[in-house]
Write a protein that binds this ligand. Structure first.
Ligand code: MEZ
Length: 591
């Protein structure tokens, strides 16, 4: 599929003029219109160097000044608007980079052809993989250039929740994000957030209990979870939904994820994906509270005092270089290592060649930083394959598609498992099917309930037909008509005698009918840094490392060997908040 993206009336003219087309980087394009001052504070190189922030704050404000905000960039020539996708309101220079290749392009994850303007700059000095030990040591020797109370490393949901909680506790906080945009893996989360005992459950008359939440998470994790962490997850989950509500997030929809006894996966209304929605809400809160959030800022070292307490970090800014920033507390919230090939090969060699639904940021930085200073790891080798990643793609087909009613069948159109089983079991079952893939099949009733399915359609991932027979013919699933008939009968009787699926909210009767081809791919790294119930990072002797906290996917213990759908966002919000509050209290006590 080709997506025509045209920025604005001015950019449209420039883009279609021959000379501008040849200059597919913002710098050469804009120098034709004026001098460097068009984008930078002054036109003089030495002043530009001094004035550049790592977040390219002035430069991005200039883009908006001339072109307007994202809403002004919507163009009727677009098949769909990439600005309204899961990226949310991120810096223009995240994707359209001035002097060097952008870090983030849609083609990193999507496998359709995408024409994106100003995305083809020359590869200049590589910032991405450049961790320079000499420069780190020089920055430490020079001493801190700044002092704050709390440093949060990583700007996904755990990081934002920690930073906001620390800010509300009265600490002076800086959040460093290595990517040119915040959001991390969380911004790709689709399904929702598990919580028990919420007003949302009460309003729908859903019976649920903390004991059931704990039982489900422990059973799903093959009883390898840390029960104390799971108890906190369950006990604090309703308050976490309330806190998100107070921050402006509507989590009013409810559904059931695999391995759960009740509908407890909370999501925004209208069937929208939870991740981009939540991250946009948290970003706005950080802006309203005037918090210090810096992108293009990669923490490359945790610095300790002689007594082994936290002294601060060395951060590598894309423009400002290597600097030490002092703080009494550091929160690690860098996410998992699902996209670090070396780490996956080392810890889970059997998954080395699997696709992954993860954001390009999921490279395990926090684990590496913490290990280097002697932190202990829990279940570090447990990696989750999500059963339904779009086949030959990196796009997650949310588990909630099954939760809302889709059936899962093999290449011949036969069901082979209870669709609402846990992810490990579903993935294993798919890998035992002929050609190791499956189809999710559903009808128009489901599409009407789940807005996110329209996104899959835009991405040309769906096969679509007016009858089940026609769908069977175009996909080669010869047994599908019989399977659908049997399933519809089970749905009416409320008893699935083939696979004992516990919940069948929809039948498949309303045209058009759809199918999407899926296969397992790396989704979540369950193991990571060992923490206690206050989110203190533990060392190899299980002593807490003073001033160092961690939350979210970078930690281990919460999910055991297998995470249930909806427990990742719950983990990031519950433990992100705890980490932020405790980090702030610790720093303020030590002041
Ligand atoms: O928690 C998750 O990973 C989740 C619900 C994913 C999904 O399939 O939507």
């Amino acid at each position: 599929m080709k997506i025509k993206y045209l920025a604005s009336a001015v950019a449209l003219m420039m883009l279609t003029s021959g000379s501008a087309m040849a200059k597919n980087d913002l710098a050469s394009f804009h120098t034709e219109m004026g001098d460097c001052q068009t984008c930078h504070v002054t036109g003089k190189i030495k002043d530009i160097k001094k004035s550049m922030t790592d977040s390219e704050t002035h430069e991005n404000a200039q883009c908006q000044d001339c072109h307007g905000g994202y809403a002004d960039l919507v163009n009727d020539k677009l098949e769909f608007d990439p600005h309204a996708s899961h990226l949310g309101e991120i810096n223009c220079t995240s994707c359209h980079t001035a002097h060097a290749k952008p870090q983030l392009t849609c083609n990193n994850c999507h496998n359709f052809e995408m024409e994106m303007p100003f995305a083809d700059a020359k590869e200049k000095k590589k910032w991405d993989g450049d961790w320079n030990q000499d420069k780190i040591q020089k920055a430490i020797a020079k001493g801190p250039v700044e002092t704050v109370d709390v440093i949060v490393v990583g700007g996904g949901s755990a990081g934002f929740n920690a930073a906001i909680a620390a800010d509300m506790t009265g600490a002076n906080v800086v959040l460093f994000e290595k990517a040119p945009y915040t959001g991390g893996n969380s911004m790709l989360a689709a399904g929702g957030m598990n919580a028990v005992g919420t007003p949302q459950q009460k309003a729908k008359g859903i019976e649920d209990k903390e004991e059931w939440y704990i039982e489900d998470a422990m059973k799903g994790g093959r009883y390898q979870n840390d029960p104390k962490l799971v108890q906190i997850l369950a006990e604090e989950s309703a308050d976490a939904v309330k806190w998100l509500g107070e921050l402006g997030a509507d989590m009013s929809e409810l559904k059931r994820s695999g391995g759960q006894q009740a509908e407890r996966t909370h999501a925004p209304s209208g069937g929208r994906s939870v991740g981009p929605y939540l991250i946009d809400t948290l970003r706005k809160v950080s802006v309203d509270r005037k918090m210090d959030v810096r992108v293009n800022s990669r923490v490359e070292k945790l610095v300790l005092n002689d007594d082994q307490s936290i002294a601060g970090v060395v951060v590598h800014g894309r423009h400002t270089g290597y600097n030490m920033v002092a703080a009494k507390s550091v929160v690690l919230s860098t996410g998992g290592y699902g996209l670090n090939k070396e780490m996956v090969s080392y810890y889970r060699p059997t998954m080395r060649d699997m696709t992954s639904s993860n954001n390009v940021t999921a490279t395990g930085d926090g684990v590496l930083l913490a290990k280097e200073i002697g932190a202990s790891m829990t279940d570090i080798d447990w990696v989750q394959a999500h059963p339904t990643i779009g086949k030959d793609s990196r796009i997650l087909i949310s588990e909630t598609v099954r939760g809302v009613g889709a059936i899962m069948v093999n290449k011949d159109g036969d069901r082979f498992i209870n669709e609402l089983t846990t992810r490990d079991r579903a993935s294993d079952a798919i890998l035992k099917q002929p050609e190791q893939f499956a189809w999710l099949v559903f009808d128009e009733q489901l599409v009407a309930k789940k807005e996110m399915v329209r996104g899959y359609e835009h991405l040309n991932m769906l096969s679509k037909a007016n009858t089940v027979e026609e769908l069977a013919q175009i996909t080669g699933m010869s047994d599908l008509p019989n399977t659908v008939k049997a399933y519809n009968d089970y749905q009416v009787s409320g008893k699935d005698t083939d696979f004992e699926r516990p919940d069948m909210p929809l039948n498949l009767t309303k045209a058009p009918f759809y199918a999407v081809k899926v296969a397992p791919g790396i989704h979540h790294t369950m193991g990571g840094i060992a923490i206690d119930t206050d989110t203190n990072v533990l060392n190899l002797q299980s002593w807490k490392m003073e001033g160092l906290f961690a939350a979210g996917e970078v930690t281990g213990g919460v999910h055991g060997y297998n995470r249930l759908g909806g427990n990742a966002i719950a983990d990031t919000v519950v433990f992100g908040r705890i980490a932020g509050e405790n980090a702030a209290k610790h720093a303020l006590e030590k002041k």
